[in-house]
Design a protein around this ligand. Sequence first.
Ligand code: SAM
Length: 210
Amino acid sequence: MASNYDNSAWFYDSLSKLFYGKALINAQVYLLPFIKSNSSVLIVGGGTGWILEEIAQVHPSGLNITYAEISTNMMALSKKRAVGDNEVIFINNPIEDVSFSEKFDIIITPFLFDNFTESTLQKVFDHLHPLLKTDGLWLNTDFQLTGKWWQNVMLKTMFVFFKIVCGIETSALPDINKQFEQNEYEVIAQKTFYGDFVISKAFKKSGLEV
Ligand SMILES: C[S@@+](CC[C@H](N)C(=O)[O-])C[C@H]1O[C@@H](n2cnc3c(N)ncnc32)[C@H](O)[C@@H]1O
C-alpha cells in the first residue's frame, strides 16, 4: 500500500521549487505561528525535513517534536537538519503502524493525504485523530481543486510522475475536508497559495467525541 519516496529524496525539493517556487514552503510556514511554546508536535510525512529548520526559526527551543517519515532516504536528510534546542524523535515507519502513549498538542500533515486513496486516508486519519489532544491544532496543507483547468493538468501530471517514480497508490485527490468535517473540527484559520491550488488550514479539535 505505502508509497516510497526514497527514489525522489535527492531531487524532491529542487523539483518542488522548479514548479512552485516558494509556494509550497510558504504554505507550510504560514501555519507555524499557530504552534505555542513548549508544545508537543507530531509531524507526519515531513519529506527532506526542511520544516524542522523553519520551526526552529519560530521556536528555537522548548518543543518536543516527533517526526514520522516512511522513506529512509527522506529520513536520512531530515536527521541532518538544524533543529535548534528542540527535542526531536525520528520514527522511520508508516505512521499508521506506530502507537503512542501520549497525545500531542499539534499535528502537522504537509502534503501527506494527497498520496492516499480514500480508504488509506480514512485509515491514517482514524489513527491520527485520537492522537491529538482536545483543543489541539491540526495544521494541514495540501492541494485542492477549485475549478481552474490547469490545476487538473498539474495534479494529473504529478500523480503520473510520482506513481512511476515512487509508486504512490492514488490517481485522484481524496476528500480531505470530509474527514475533518465528520470529526467536528473547527477551521480557525486558512489561506490559499499558488492560484488557490494549495490550501493551508489550522483545524481545532473539538471536545465532542464523534
Ligand atoms: C508529497 S511528500 C511531501 C513532503 C514534505 N511534506 C514537503 O512538503 O516537502 C509526502 C511525504 O510523506 C511521506 N509519507 C507517505 N506516506 C506516509 C506514511 N504512511 N507515514 C509517514 N510518512 C509517509 C513520504 O515518504 C513523503 O516524504
